[in-house]
Design a protein around this ligand. Structure first.
Ligand SMILES: [Zn+2]
Length: 171
C-alpha cells in the first residue's frame, strides 16, 4: 500500500473515532503559532493543544519573514470578516527549535537572501546559527509590525533532544 492510501485509511479511522464536531474557524485560545515544517515540531503536538485550540503557520525555520507577516495580516482580515479581530486578546508565539535544518544553509547566502528578502549584510541579523537570537529577532519583527498592533508576542525554543520548550521571550 502506498503512503497516500495508508494515510487515507488512517483518516477513515480518524473520522470514525477521533473527529471533533462543531469546531470553530477561529482558534479557541486566540493563538497563532509560527513554527517550522520539521515533523518533530508539530506545534499542536509539542504544546499539547487540543483540536481547534491554536492556528499554526509553518515554514522553513519557523521564521518571521516578509511572507509570514503577509500571512498574518491576511489572517487578521479573515478574522475581521468572521466578526472578530486578530488584535488585543490574541497571542502570537514564535516556536523555533534546536538542530533546525535551516542551519545547514548558514554558509549559503545565495539561498538565504531571497528567503529572508534581504542582502548579505542583512543576513547577520537573522541569526541563522543561533536559535535563541533568531527567536528574539523574530519576536522583535512581530512587535514592529504596525498592522498587528495590540497582539501579544512571545518566543519559544523547542529542544528536539528533550522535548522541552524554553521561553526565550516572555509575552
Ligand atoms: Zn526546523
Amino acid at each position: 500500500m502506498g503512503v497516500v492510501e495508508t494515510l487515507t485509511d488512517r483518516n477513515a479511522d480518524f473520522a470514525a473515532t477521533r473527529f471533533t464536531e462543531g469546531l470553530r474557524m477561529m482558534p479557541n485560545l486566540k493563538t497563532i503559532v509560527i513554527g517550522c515544517v520539521d515533523p518533530r515540531v508539530d506545534p499542536a503536538s509539542v504544546l499539547g493543544a487540543e483540536p481547534g485550540d491554536i492556528a499554526a503557520i509553518r515554514n522553513v525555520g519557523g521564521r518571521v519573514t516578509r511572507r509570514t507577516l503577509e500571512e498574518l495580516v491576511m489572517l487578521r482580515q479573515v478574522t475581521r470578516a468572521a466578526g472578530g479581530d486578530l488584535g488585543p486578546g490574541w497571542e502570537l508565539i514564535v516556536l523555533q527549535h534546536t538542530h533546525c535544518g535551516i542551519t545547514l544553509l548558514q554558509d549559503r547566502p545565495e539561498l538565504l537572501t531571497p528567503y529572508f528578502a534581504t542582502d548579505e549584510a542583512g543576513l547577520a541579523g537573522q541569526a541563522i546559527g543561533d536559535p535563541r537570537a533568531a527567536v528574539a529577532h523574530d519576536v522583535a519583527e512581530l512587535h514592529a509590525e504596525t498592522r498587528l498592533e495590540g497582539v501579544r508576542v512571545s518566543g519559544l525554543l523547542y529542544d528536539v533532544a528533550t522535548g522541552e520548550v524554553e521561553t526565550v521571550v516572555a509575552p
